[in-house]
Design a protein around this ligand. Structure first.
Ligand code: HEC
Length: 134
């Protein structure tokens, strides 16, 4: 074999090896990039979870109805953020029925009671001071 040819061949081998390793580098970079994106999305999804999932609704009779009839237009977070008296909750449920919530008369009562028990009006801070020892 001519010395020049053999050196050319070894050069080509060297070049091919570099090209191959460069592809590997980009593949790894891409994989790392995808991993970071996935982590960001899952972290974001977790931070949003309390608003989108129905886990913010405490257990009780009426929860299933609320999940079915009250989360079609807004999330359960719209409901669980509110604090109101029984009368106010009942008025809210009536309002939502007027807006299109599909509840039977019986369910309106159940849901009103469930919401009043689960999300009662915030107690007056002046009446809930630490009890004094007599
Ligand atoms: C037909 C659509 C629809 C349905 C079904 C629905 N809502 Fe609403 N709700 C709305 C709209 C529109 C608003 C006002 C805009 C907003 O706050 O997202 C609202 C706002 C609210 C609010 C916040 C405002 C307020 O009055 O304090 C609460 C609480 C609420 N809904 C509770 C409920 C409950 C409980 C149910 C099930 C009985 C329900 N919604 C079903 C449309 C609906």
């Amino acid at each position: 074999m001519h010395p020049a040819t053999s050196s050319l061949q070894s050069d080509r081998r060297k070049y091919n090896w570099q090209a191959h390793s460069r592809v590997g580098f980009w593949a790894w970079l891409w994989a790392a990039f995808l991993l970071v994106i996935t982590l960001c999305i899952s972290t974001y999804a977790q931070s949003q979870a309390p608003q989108t999932a129905s886990s913010d609704l405490p257990p009780g009779e009426g929860k299933a109805v609320v999940q079915r009839a009250c989360t079609t237009c807004h999330t359960s977070g719209t409901i669980s953020r509110k604090r109101a008296t029984a009368a106010e909750w009942s008025a809210t449920v009536d309002e939502m029925v007027n807006r299109g919530a599909e509840l039977s008369d019986e369910e309106i009562v159940t849901v009103g009671r469930y919401l009043a028990a689960s999300f009662p009006a915030t107690p007056n801070p002046n009446t809930t001071t630490t009890p004094t020892v007599h």
